[in-house]
Every structure is written in structure tokens, then in C-alpha cells.
Design a protein around this ligand. Sequence first.
Ligand SMILES: *Cc1c(COP(=O)(O)O)cnc(C)c1O
Length: 446
Amino acid sequence: MKITAPPITDAHWRGFTPMADFDPIIAREGEGCWLTTTDGRRIFDGVSSLWCNVHGHRHPKIDAAVRDQLDRVAHVTTLGMSCETTEELAIRLAEITPGDLGHTFFSSDGSSAVEAALKMAFQYWQQCPSPQPQKTQFLALGSAYHGDTTGAVSLGGIKYFHQLFAPILFSPVRGPVPCTYRVPDKVDPLTHYAGQIETLLSHHHDQLAAVVIEPLVQGAAGMITHPAGLLAAVREMCDRYNVLMITDEVAVGFGRTGRLFASEHESVTPDIMCMGKGLTGGYLPMAATIARPHVFDAFLAPATDSKQFFHGHTFGGNPLAAAAALASIDLFNETNLVESVEAKGDYLRQRIGTLSGHSNVGDIRGRGLMVGIEIVADRETKASPDPSHQVGRKVCQAAMERGVWIRPLSDVIVAMPPLVATNEELDILADAIIESIDQTLEDTFS
Ligand SMILES: *Cc1c(COP(=O)(O)O)cnc(C)c1O
């Protein structure tokens, strides 16, 4: 049977896409780190299909787990009912997440996992053993990104994504951007940023329900890396000021940074942790908000007391997604994939490092297989290129001509391959990035 490509139309309104001005590209199949498009091209998936693919596309074990679940039941809600596969996953998540995190609330995407965490933290202070109902605010970092629903956008601090919606948002207490690239002169980054956060906590702790933080790397902000020790310092301050700590591991979780969860790098157990993207190996929409016992216990009471968590999604805990997640977690246990990520990340950064002498390459950074290359107009001042140059977009177009799909974050070129990428595949990715940056910078700045 001959399959013809569907027409490219505007029937599909794509996210974050200028619909009047984009290069349409449509996938038909995937295998491992590669996608085949409807026009017959074979393309390396350098963004893990938006940072979520872990074990590659069409992994036989995950495929089989989903098919097997499909033969039993595709969907059962978790409101008043549950599916055995979902129950099994909740137990597994309690086992593999840090410390005594042990009670999972399921949703379908990272934004919803963050929304659930916010409402959970708020409701906790209303009804915990020593209620503090005035604790209704949140502290979020500068350039934070926690998703695109309204509560998550309220936490967000990326001008380009979030400012437009300001009139319909709540305002968090805004922390610093704890960036290791643009550090003020003559300060120790950790002391400086932790000090700024402490000042905010000392002023606002009485009103703060929680601090929300992306551990180690702020992905959407442009792979901004935090100074080592910041996460542990925030944990210590949250304890001292009696504020809950919510970590958003949606991007960094499931092996991305070289540990199963980024919080493990600093031996931190948050009170509430959000997971998404890699949870199902990047297969199906599923996210999770996992809480520690002291949080969960505040919601335990006779039904007549109405202390249950007032939140729930139709598709939360979907069994097909749960089956994919369990198979993905099994693969983590059966392989040394997580342990290999650090070396693969070092290899990729070292390959791309040949660009570091370039007068318009400001910084090459990241953790594990989360790599950002920041293009600047001037290395001394670290000034960003004129937005009209569209440098990031042009680099990614040039990479696509070389059969590699990557996506920029403004002037930061992002490399986020599936964790299973081999060194040979990382070479293909690195070569395409190096050539595309060389070509684009030559065209733009000379
Ligand atoms: C992607 C992302 C989200 C949002 O997840 P969606 O599944 O796109 O809603 C939230 N937080 C972080 C850190 C993310 O990278």
C-alpha cells in the first residue's frame, strides 16, 4: 500500500510556533534516536522529542509493555477507582525517588504536575497540624520555567514566554537567576545567590507556602546552570524558615543529569517533587507529583472533614502510560544507562568545545546530556545578539539541512539527545552543531 503524505495545513495549530512563518516537517516513524519524515528524510532527534525521550523511539520492551496493557484495559480513572498497573507504578515511584517521598498524585503533563504541587502546598498549610492559613505565596527563581498553564506561568520568569500574560497571573516572590555564566564581579556565586534567597525568605517566610525550584539546571531559561551547593542550601533554608520545598524535576529527572533525579547530586529530599517528560521514557503523556508523609498526612481525615486533596484529572494515572513508565524504569534498572550519562555528556561537551575559541560563542554549559551553547554578540560584555538576527533559529535550520533536529532557546543552542545515544551518534550531533554554528556566525557577524 502506498502511503501518501497528508497535506501540510493550518488545521493543526502548533505550540510556540509562528504559524505564518515556519518550516513544516512531519514525522512518520521513529527508531532509536532517529525519525523518518513524510518526505523521506532520516533525521537525528537531537531534542529527544522535547527533552522526554530516554531509551529511544520504539524500544521493543516499552512497545511490548504498552501493547500488553492495551490487551487488558486502556483507561481507568483514578477518581474512585484505579488500575493495578497504576498502583504498581505508584509503589515503584516511592522506591526510586529520593528519601521518604512516597505518595504520588498523577496527572498528564509537567505543567499539571506543578499546578498540583502548588495547590497541595497551599492546602497543606490550611489544614496541617499547626495551620498557617496566611501562607499563600510562592518563591520562584528568576527566569524560572514550570510550564504553560496559568499557575505554572505565574511562577515563570522568562520575559519572552511569560510577560504577555501578566494581567491574568498571580505574582510570586521573585528570586535571583542563579546563573554561573553572568555572575556579578568579585562574588562567590553560591554565597551570593544563596544570600539573596535567604534575604527573601527572611522577609517573606511568614507568607510563603513553598519555594519552587528546578534543581541544578534551568532548562527552558537557556540551560542556566546553578552553582554547586545551591540546591542543598535552599533545602536547609526551607527547613529553617518552615517553608515547603517543591522541586520541579520535569526536565532534569529520569537520568538527564547523570543521576536518576538531579536532587540526588546534593542529597536533597524535597517535600514535594514534580516529574514529567522522561517518566514514561518519553512515550506517553504522564506526570506525577510525589509528596513526603508529613505533607500527605495533613490530608488524612474522616470523609466528613473534607480534608482530601481538591484536585484531580480525568486521565491522571492512565494505565497505558503507567505501563510505559514501569517498562522504562525496568530498563533503567537493567542497564547502566544513568551511569553512562555523565561520560556521554562530557564527550559531547568536549566535542562541541572546539567552538569555545569562537568570538561569538559565549558559554558551553550543562549537566549530563543537557547541553546549551550560548551565542553572544560580544564575549567581553556577554551581550546577546540582536534578536532580529534570529541566530538560534538559523543555526537549527542549518542543522536540519544536515539531518539533525535541534531547537533553540533564543540564542542558546540546545543539545538534548535521547540518553541511549551512542558516541557515534553524539559525533553526528556535534558535527552538525559545529558546522551549523560556524556557518551561521560567519553569515551573521562577518
Ligand atoms: C517542560 C517543563 C514543564 C512543563 O511540562 P509540560 O509537559 O510541557 O507541561 C515544567 N517544568 C519544567 C522544568 C519543564 O522543563
